[in-house]
Design a protein around this ligand. Structure first.
Ligand SMILES: Nc1ncnc2c1ncn2[C@@H]1O[C@H](COP(=O)(O)OP(=O)(O)OP(=O)(O)O)[C@@H](O)[C@H]1O
Length: 264
């Protein structure tokens, strides 16, 4: 159960710009005997890009799903844009959005129809123009009137990103945003996300298996292993601590149980 008293008790009286975009404390999710998330605490400032790294089953998707309010935590508390989740989801959901390759959009509807439905759900103003803008930005025009089910995996990923940006969210949660994209398109999507963050002062939390992506895009990296946070710092600091030149090498160290220098 989410402890809303704890939220009230620890809420800072600071001015809104200092309110964390995401603030989670002692988050736990149990699936029967599996501790998918096992006591996770972090705070993410507005306007930052944070990467969630970890091997298969580390708890990244579950963490993101709880922040979105899609999965209820077993215990712990979550605040998003200064509001407790999932209690205040009505106030918050319109200001955030997410993308996951595991959540498909209706297959028979065209890309334009799908974006129209999501745009209406988010009460987007001037929706037709917004869809045209996204189609131009994300290069969707060649298949805007094709059924979603007839797109390639990479095209679907771009459509999913358009859906995630339709309401110009302040907070964007991305689960492997460049999965199944070719290197050129993936690089271009990363550039788009970096620009979006800059122009909208948006906060982005992304789960990724692409270490280079995280190195290039993220100010901060949270490494998860078996539902817990194993490390949390800037990519440079983490690489320095493990005495490694790339995050990929750090990832292998963590996966194989090697310990960082100076670790407790
Ligand atoms: N709905 C569910 N029911 C039961 N167990 C689940 C469920 N969802 C996730 N799990 C389990 O919780 C753990 C964490 O899964 P999660 O999907 O959060 O990991 P992940 O870090 O996103 O992994 P991946 O990189 O493979 O996507 C895994 O052991 C998984 O099997």
């Amino acid at each position: 159960m989410v402890n809303s008293d704890a939220v009230t008790a620890s809420s800072p009286t600071a001015a809104p710009p200092e309110t964390a975009a995401i603030d989670v404390a002692h988050l736990v999710k149990l699936y029967k005997t599996t501790r998918a998330v096992d006591g996770v605490t972090f705070r993410i400032g507005p306007g930052s890009i944070t990467g969630l790294l970890g091997g298969n089953g580390a708890g990244k998707t579950t963490t993101i799903a709880m922040i979105m309010g899609l999965v209820l935590p077993t215990s712990g508390r979550i605040q998003v844009l200064g509001h407790p989740m999932p209690e205040a989801s009505a106030e918050v959901l319109g200001r955030m959005n997410f993308e996951s390759p595991y959540v498909d959009m209706p297959m028979r509807l065209t890309v334009r129809q799908n974006l129209t439905i999501f745009g209406r759900l988010y009460a987007v103003e001037n929706l037709r123009e917004r869809i045209e803008q996204l189609a131009a930005d994300l290069d969707l025009n060649d298949f805007l009137d094709r059924a979603n089910g007839k797109l390639s995996a990479g095209q679907k990923t771009r459509v999913a990103l358009a859906k995630a940006l339709i309401n110009q969210p302040e907070l964007l949660l991305l689960d492997e945003p460049t999965a199944s994209l070719d290197p050129d398109t993936a690089d271009w999507v990363r550039q788009h996300l970096a620009n979006y963050r800059k122009t909208h002062n948006a906060t982005i939390l992304l789960a990724s298996h692409n270490m280079l992506e995280v190195e290039r895009l993220c100010d901060r990296v949270i490494i998860m292993k078996r539902g817990r946070i194993e490390d949390d710092d800037s990519p440079d600091q983490i690489m320095a601590r493990y005495n490694r030149a790339t995050l990929e090498e750090v990832f292998l160290d963590v996966a194989r149980g090697r310990v960082a220098e100076g670790a407790p």
